[in-house]
Design a protein around this ligand. Structure first.
Ligand SMILES: Cc1cc2nc3c(=O)[nH]c(=O)nc-3n(C[C@H](O)[C@H](O)[C@H](O)COP(=O)(O)O)c2cc1C
Length: 186
């Protein structure tokens, strides 16, 4: 890959890049694998949702999760006023849904089936885990906003095979080490 913004120097085996270059930012952050989740709610009796790769666990006590949503999102302004959201973490069989829910103006819910959470928000069928949340806070974060949600109910399948996204490509987790108690953390 040729990046004009590459600074040309090599530090300890790493090529270095200008963090203000969008190409370089995508290239370096493309080394970080993510999950893909669909954030949903209901607007005027219609389901709304958007794909995010930035979903993360945040806090156990209280139970908080979070994600970053672009200020340019046309879906988030319909979700925010509902005071909450539901997150469905996609399985490796659902890359089509990842693309669909990242397509502005698409008939997103024509491509999937879902069931309603306690608060009536869509839980995407076939997802590996879901969490229904009340919005805890929304903070500015550059061209995005950091949304924290307080988890009010949640569910998961026993055998999770989550979708992964790395360097612009979809995949799945190929091999996991045996669980080692010494690798858990507080
Ligand atoms: C794998 C993947 C991960 C994404 N992660 C995010 C994200 O974390 N935050 C975000 O705002 N958009 C993310 N997007 C882009 C949005 O899904 C896309 O821009 C969507 O069309 C938002 O537009 P809309 O809300 O106007 O429909 C991601 C897209 C894909 C395919």
């Amino acid at each position: 890959m040729t990046l004009r913004a590459e600074q040309g120097s090599v530090m300890g085996g790493y090529r270095t890049f200008d963090p203000h270059s969008h190409d370089a930012y995508r290239h370096v952050l493309g080394r970080v694998p993510t999950s893909v989740a669909i954030v949903t709610s209901m607007h005027a009796d219609e389901p709304v949702g958007v794909s995010v790769g930035s979903f993360s666990s945040v806090s156990m006590d209280p139970p908080l999760v979070g994600f970053f949503i672009a200020k340019s999102s046309t879906t988030w302004p319909f979700i925010e006023p509902t005071g909450g959201f539901c997150v469905s973490v996609l399985s490796s069989a659902q890359q089509g849904l990842s693309r669909l829910f990242a397509t502005r103006g698409a008939d997103k819910f024509a491509g999937c089936t879902w069931r309603a959470s306690e608060a009536g928000r869509p839980i995407i069928d076939g997802s590996v885990a879901w969490m229904e949340c009340a919005i805890e806070s929304i903070s500015p974060a550059g061209d995005h906003q950091l949304v924290l949600g307080r988890v009010e109910s949640m569910g998961a399948v026993d055998d999770a095979d989550p979708l992964t996204f790395l360097g612009g490509r979809y995949g799945r987790i190929g091999a996991l080490a045996d669980h080692s108690p010494s690798e858990s953390w507080d």
